[in-house]
Design a protein. Structure first.
Ligand SMILES: [Mg+2]
Length: 392
């Protein structure tokens, strides 16, 4: 890999996106505590909270009922996913004025690689300011923007002065910005790793950087090298434009290691549903299904199966994932700290469509997926699950 190349990456993160769209559309809600969430009676959760509501300790993924206890005067609104998607498209088209290398992370967040377009539009900082300004003038919404030589630092930068932030991290100032931050700010450092590091007195990124790699290996195994690279602000990962995505995946690190197959399968099913929906949104199909399994000692294995034909049907991906999981289970044991599901071998949905004999079973499953996608878009990802969801 060419490590000499200095990348110019911008990370754009809209501020309290769904809640801000609601406040913009309904001026009477401006300055008020607004919570966009699922129905508290149906065990709904918060999708977004305005900054006025966050002051009361309301945050996303919190049960709606709990959020309303913390902030009883908040205006509770249902999720209007179609509306947010519309605004997201408008923002996306602002990005595309500057670069085709846009990697959307969600409706309200994206990475832009502007390395190749600085000749045309000026420095990355200038492009970042222009993007932020155009978002404000065209959508009346604020974004927090980070500009940096890599994705890790760009994302960190956009978060440093939120909301309405604009932070530039350079090769020159990166260490001075990173050093005082807590180790939890590093990509991939979850609660478990953070606690392990704290137990050795490693609290800040400066502490981490000063720790010999051999000592870190005791704590995080092979992850030590990567952790130290991130602590030095080094990251080689590419901005993957939607069209060029090579894989889509979802993974979860557990607070405590999990060995119960019922729980693991429940988590896996959620991951399959999420990835399948992302494939369909991007009009992609996957040929290979991969499970990533990381044990408590950080040993990581992958298990894959390649299908005869690429698919984005949840049912087919799930059956394959479950089969791969059962096969792994027969040959291995041990509690997992991380489980992940990935779809690779991606091809355009249109590629294999010239089928002479439509498959009625596949058509039925496609209709089911479309219906489920529509419900989830409207009511949130946790609104519906397959009937064969394992018991929790
Ligand atoms: Mg955001």
């Amino acid at each position: 890999m060419d490590t000499q190349r200095v990348r110019q990456i911008i990370h754009v993160d809209m501020d309290a996106f769904y809640a801000s769209v609601e406040q913009r559309d309904r001026p009477e809600l401006r300055g008020k505590a607004v919570i966009v969430a699922g129905d508290p009676k149906a065990r709904g959760v918060v999708s977004a909270a305005s900054y006025e509501a966050r002051k009361f300790g309301v945050h996303s993924a919190m049960p709606t009922a709990q959020a309303l206890r913390r902030c009883p005067h908040a205006v509770l609104l249902p999720v209007r996913m179609e509306r947010y998607a519309e605004v997201s498209h408008a923002i996306q088209s602002i990005f595309e004025r500057y670069t085709p290398l846009v990697e959307p992370i969600s409706l309200d967040e994206a990475f832009l690689d502007v390395t190749a377009c600085t000749n045309l539009f000026g420095s990355a900082e200038r492009i970042g300011r222009a993007v932020k300004g155009q978002i404000a003038s065209q959508t009346q919404l604020t974004a927090s923007v980070g500009v940096a030589p890599n994705k890790f630092l760009a994302k960190l930068a956009s978060d440093l002065k939120k909301p309405d932030g604009f932070v530039v991290i350079t090769e020159q100032n990166k260490q001075e910005i990173l050093d005082p931050l807590g180790v939890g700010r590093i990509w991939g450092v979850g609660k478990v790793t953070e606690t392990a590091l704290h137990s050795r007195g490693i609290r800040t990124i400066a502490d981490l950087r000063a720790t010999p790699e051999v000592e870190l290996r005791d704590l995080v195994g092979n992850g030590a090298t990567e952790l130290l690279r991130l602590a030095r602000g080094e990251d080689d990962s590419e901005v993957e434009a939607a069209r060029q995505a090579k894989s889509l995946s979802s993974e979860q690190t557990f607070a405590t290691d999990v060995s119960d197959p019922v729980i693991l399968l429940a988590v896996l099913l959620e991951q399959v549903e999420e990835v399948a929906q992302r494939l369909r949104r991007r009009r992609l199909k996957a040929r290979t299904v991969t499970l990533k399994l990381r044990y408590g000692d950080f040993r990581t294995v992958t298990r894959s199966e390649t299908l005869g034909e690429a698919t984005n049907l949840t049912q087919v991906l799930w059956e394959t994932a479950e089969r791969v999981f059962r096969q792994w289970q027969q040959s291995a044991s041990g509690a997992l700290r991380l489980l992940g599901f990935g779809a690779t071998g991606l091809e355009s949905q249109e590629a294999g469509q010239a089928t002479l004999f439509p498959d009625p079973q596949a058509e039925k499953l496609e209709r089911l997926d479309r219906a489920m996608d529509a419900i989830r878009d409207r009511y949130g990802r946790r609104a519906v699950h397959r009937g064969n969801r394992p018991a929790e």
